[in-house]
Ligand binder design. Structure first.
Ligand code: ADP
Ligand code: ZN
Length: 334
């Protein structure tokens, strides 16, 4: 039996309105914000002012994926206990995917779970990582190997946070918006196929693609796998270059191109989609020529333990908005 995930709200609102939303779901006066140094330096004062009805404490971690680690998890937990966190108190994850994943896992596990709120500050976290209830940390053996499904009480999104985001970080999030369009919303895809300034409608459309798949498959056994479009090769590419050369959005952009290349080879994906999607990803500067092809990473994929048992699940496109799960064997991708 599966336990349905609790539903929660994703609210688009200005930061100065966050007070009232938090009050509507939380009756204590202390908030324990977890954030990283960059976000803290940009937003400490604004957040304190916006949440002035609360007594706000900050736990600040160094930025970057290296913070999604067990020692940082322990550090944050000790800091929260030292600051007086009790089980009924609220944790606030203020930041990108790193902060969200780590703070979410802290919230899921400290005192066997305290409530938490997500305030995503990167485009990637607004459209992707803050939605769906996955939290966790990395181990030396690999990424996201320890974690929990644990949903926030509310996700509060103010797109003004994006004004201070670097262009490369911004584009990193666009890759997931394009992916959402490709797997679940052809209209969204058509709107973002050339660079434009995104508005809340685009973000909501991308979030809805993810939410619909997550709600129908909260524990990631079936439909949710569509979200992995571009991610099999994307993850292999990130890892191949030690997570240094490519950001997640860039790696999955190449991964999407490779998934289309394989779909073309198996006569599942129309040939014209290759140039179409390549044009989109190039115009957003997510990929550049010469585009990497599957051959360079096939060995990484085939030697990845989780992929070899009975072939591996691979997401291909029959058309824009029509993903399919295929179990592929070695020969299918060679
Ligand atoms: P993601 O997984 O969402 O890409 P990270 O948590 O790794 O995000 O954040 C990416 C980088 O952007 C980090 O260096 C982080 O400190 C920085 N960052 C996050 N939000 C903002 C913001 N609103 N303005 C400026 N920098 C930010
Ligand atoms: Zn992704």
């Amino acid at each position: 039996m599966q336990i349905p995930m609790k539903k929660y709200h994703i609210v688009f609102e200005k930061l100065n309105q966050f007070n009232k939303h938090i009050k509507s779901i939380y009756s204590h006066d202390q908030l324990f914000v977890i954030t990283d140094e960059n976000v803290f330096s940009h937003y400490e004062n604004k957040v304190k002012k916006a949440l002035s009805d609360f007594n706000v404490s900050f736990t600040v971690i160094p930025p970057g994926e290296k913070s999604k680690a067990f020692d940082m998890y322990l550090h944050v937990i000790s800091d929260l206990i030292a600051k007086g966190l009790k089980r009924e108190h609220m944790i606030v994850a203020l930041g990108g995917g790193v902060v969200g994943d780590l703070a979410g896992f802290v919230a899921a596990s400290i005192y066997r779970g305290v409530p938490f709120i997500q305030i995503p500050t990167t485009l990637l976290s607004m459209v992707d990582s803050s939605i769906g209830g996955k939290t966790g940390i990395d181990l030396p053996e690999g990424k996201n190997l320890v974690g929990a499904f644990y949903s926030p009480k509310i996700v509060l999104i103010d797109m003004d946070f994006l004004q201070t985001l670097s262009p490369r970080e911004y584009r990193n999030g666009i890759a997931e918006v394009i992916k959402a369009g490709l797997i679940g919303n052809p209209t969204l895809y058509a709107q973002v196929r050339r660079p434009i300034e995104l508005n809340s409608m685009h973000l909501k459309a991308a979030i809805n693609v993810k939410k619909a798949l997550v709600d129908s498959d909260p524990f990631d056994k079936k439909e949710r796998m569509f979200l992995n479009f571009g991610h099999t090769f994307g993850h292999a590419i990130e890892k191949h270059f030690n997570y240094e050369r490519f950001k997640h959005g860039e790696a999955i952009s190449y991964g999407m191109i490779i998934a289309i290349e394989i779909g073309n080879k198996l006569n599942i994906t129309p040939a014209s989609l290759y140039d179409e999607v390549k044009g989109t990803l190039s115009s957003w500067q997510l990929i550049s020529d010469p585009v990497m092809t599957k051959d360079r990473f096939v060995t990484d994929i085939l030697t990845d333990k989780k992929n070899t048992a009975d072939g591996f699940h691979f997401i291909l496109l029959e058309a824009i908005g029509k993903p399919v799960i295929k179990i592929l064997q070695k020969d299918d991708i060679l």
